[in-house]
Design a protein around this ligand. Structure first.
Ligand code: HMG
Ligand code: MG
Length: 298
């Protein structure tokens, strides 16, 4: 039986825009996030407080976080890699802090310049201080289903990192298919293992749609009781430190399927498509989502 209600976490302003070569002006990002805030989405990941040399497209995280109109009932989150990022994020009064690391050594190293074990104390400090400041914390694990450098990934590594992050005090863990290689059978196998240790309400799925398997992976996850999904409007996105990573599953495509199945997300499709058309125009090329392509073909 499918869940009746799910939460869609919009990561487009962060995961979507982080990979864009042409930097979108802060004013356009703010206008887009303000639009997203009125679609019924209750969670928007707006930017990253990372080293701007690593992610130039999100160098304006502070301006964006302080420039948007906060809508009541919407959680505004941002990625934070270390204490330095946390200080800025708190100054910008972000609602939720997202920490992130990878299940594989080589991806962790290329993404955040540390080994897995070196990463734990850095993140623990972030979690401790964020919780002290009364912020909730979300954790991400990347390369859960495959790594651009190491290929297949040992689920034991995912378990070990999950346990460490929950022990630190994260409220929710998002499992990333960073390079979009997962298939439904694999998702089922990994979730079977993780659901023995952690409740479904604490797990979110973060699929990239590089090879067209994201929606099938969503369906299997729904079937296993997962109710939180990350997606990016229009299918924008990718990870700059994962060669070949392309966009996240498109929020508009996800919503179409959920609506059709009678699974409630609270998101209004018409308003969402307006926001999709807005960002597509700012990006200046057709985006990948099926819904946007359908609009322009009919
Ligand atoms: P590092 O170079 O090892 O850091 O980078 P460091 O502590 O040695 O500092 C070096 C310089 O960075 C110093 O500046 C610091 O001040 C500065 P300098 O003295 O050289 O001028 N610095 C900072 N500046 C601004 N904000 C900060 C900050 N920290 C240090 N927070 C670091 C380590 C983690 C900072 C770096 O590797 C980094 O910024 N990485 C970000 C990578 C990233 O954002 N990747 C994409 C997001 S993850 C993702 O997309 C996957 C996900 O979607 C899930 C999935 O799909 O799987 C979440
Ligand atoms: Mg991602």
């Amino acid at each position: 039986e499918w869940p009746k209600k799910v939460t869609i976490k919009e990561v487009g302003p962060r995961d979507g825009l982080q990979n864009e070569k042409e930097v979108i002006p802060s004013g356009d990002k703010i206008a887009w996030i303000n639009q997203l805030s009125k679609t019924g989405l209750n969670y928007i990941e707006i930017s990253s407080f990372v080293n701007p040399k690593w992610i130039p497209a999100l160098a304006d995280a502070f301006e964006v976080a302080t420039g948007i109109e906060r809508q009541e009932g919407v959680t505004y989150a941002a990625l934070v890699p270390n204490k330095r990022g946390l200080e800025k994020a708190l100054e910008a009064n972000i609602d939720e802090v997202s920490i992130f690391m990878s299940a594989t050594e080589s991806h962790n190293k290329s993404n955040i310049n540390k080994t897995i074990d070196e990463t734990f104390p850095v993140l623990k400090e972030v979690v401790d201080e964020a919780l002290t400041a009364n912020k909730s914390v979300r954790g991400y694990i990347s390369t859960v289903f495959g790594c651009p450098y190491e290929g297949s990934v040992d689920v034991e590594s995912v378990i070990r990192i999950s346990e460490n992050l929950f022990e630190m005090g994260i409220g929710e863990l998002s499992l990333g298919d960073t390079i979009g290689v997962a298939n439904p059978k694999q998702v089922q196998e990994v979730l079977e293992v993780l659901l023995k240790r952690f409740p479904a309400e604490k797990l979110a799925m973060h699929f990239h749609d590089t090879r067209g398997t994201a929606m099938a992976n969503i369906l299997v996850s729904l079937d296993m009781g997962i109710t939180i999904f990350d997606s990016s409007l229009g299918g924008l996105g990718g990870c700059p430190y994962a060669p070949g990573a392309s966009g996240n599953l498109a929020t508009d495509d996800l919503l179409y399927m959920l609506d059709g199945m009678g699974i409630h997300s609270g998101v209004n499709r018409e308003k969402l498509m307006e926001a999709a058309l807005f960002i597509q125009e700012k990006i200046g090329r057709p985006l990948a989502s099926h819904q946007l392509q359908t609009l322009s073909n009919c």
